[in-house]
Ligand binder design. Structure first.
Ligand SMILES: NC(=O)c1ccc[n+]([C@@H]2O[C@H](COP(=O)([O-])OP(=O)(O)OC[C@H]3O[C@@H](n4cnc5c(N)ncnc54)[C@H](OP(=O)(O)O)[C@@H]3O)[C@@H](O)[C@H]2O)c1
Length: 244
């Protein structure tokens, strides 16, 4: 798919991985929706930077735990740009939840943001995509959705669900709309990680290092612009972590 002038929603795109995805896709002059929840200052600054490079971009806020705000995000996108061609479900919550001290609140939060939101967003945009006959959805999963992580059970389960959602939606939306996932390993570690945690993250890959943002953004770019013959695929970008 040629990306020029395509309308692309990227959730959680004000910073970190989502921002890197948006910056990479911006090279092909699409129309970008930079979704954010709390990072209003970063989102607006990033949109100004994109506009300074002649990329059409808008920052739209939504708490993705709330189905109403999800519908509003898609409606505002259509108001602004007329359609949706690509949805990238990147936003997520991630924190340690050692078992058994996990509350129902934690469980709900992971499921709402990491799993239900991609489902509801996909439902909303797929109506538009099916009507016009094409579209692409990319879910950002995690190697933790392939391997079980005892200290991150709700996160792991939400990402495993996202992988199944990818495959099930690929079937439901074929042949008009493709749905794929990228499952990163450690590429951009949480800012509060200690040196010891960083060392463990490197040690837990076959390549004995942490990846970089470009590894992930290039996989996404390939799914969008490089091949139109992939659907239901889950691409690990994890230095071999999934098979260690
Ligand atoms: N970083 C890695 O190495 C790595 C590895 C494997 C998988 N991943 C996956 O890659 C994606 C991006 O990773 P990341 O490290 O960049 O993520 P992150 O910084 O932890 O979170 C990305 C964004 O998610 C948004 N978000 C969180 N809760 C939200 C809510 N209730 N409503 C709307 N947005 C919400 C936040 O937006 P605001 O800041 O605007 O509130 C945040 O900026 C995630 O899906 C993650 O699971 C990352």
């Amino acid at each position: 798919m040629e990306l020029k002038n395509r309308v692309i929603i990227i959730t959680g795109a004000a910073q970190r991985v989502g921002k890197a995805i948006a910056a990479r896709l911006a090279e092909d002059s699409p129309k970008l929706v930079i979704h954010y929840n709390r990072s209003v200052v970063s989102a607006r600054k990033f949109v100004r930077e994109l506009q300074g490079k002649n990329v059409e971009a808008v920052a739209l806020q939504a708490d993705l735990a709330d189905p109403f705000q999800i519908r509003r995000l898609v409606a505002q996108t259509v108001d602004r740009f007329g359609t949706v061609d690509v949805l990238i479900n990147n936003a997520a919550v991630f924190y340690r939840t050692p078992f058994p001290d996990i509350s129902e609140h934690d469980w709900e939060k992971f499921m709402r943001v990491n799993l239900r939101a991609p489902f509801l967003l996909s439902r909303e945009v797929s109506k538009i995509m099916l009507e016009k006959g094409n579209g692409k959805i990319i879910n950002i999963a995690d190697v933790g959705g392939i391997r079980p992580w005892a200290n991150f059970i709700p996160y792991s389960v939400s990402k495993a669900g996202l992988i199944m959602l990818t495959q099930a939606l690929a079937k439901a939306l074929a042949p008009k709309v493709t749905v794929n996932a990228v499952a990163p390993g450690p590429v951009l570690l949480p800012e509060n990680y200690t040196d010891e945690q960083k060392a463990i993250s490197s040690e837990q890959t076959l390549l004995k290092r942490v990846g970089n943002l470009r590894d992930v953004t290039e996989a996404i770019y390939f799914l969008l612009a490089g091949s139109d013959f992939m659907t239901g695929a889950v691409i690990p970008v994890d230095g071999g972590r999934a098979i260690l």
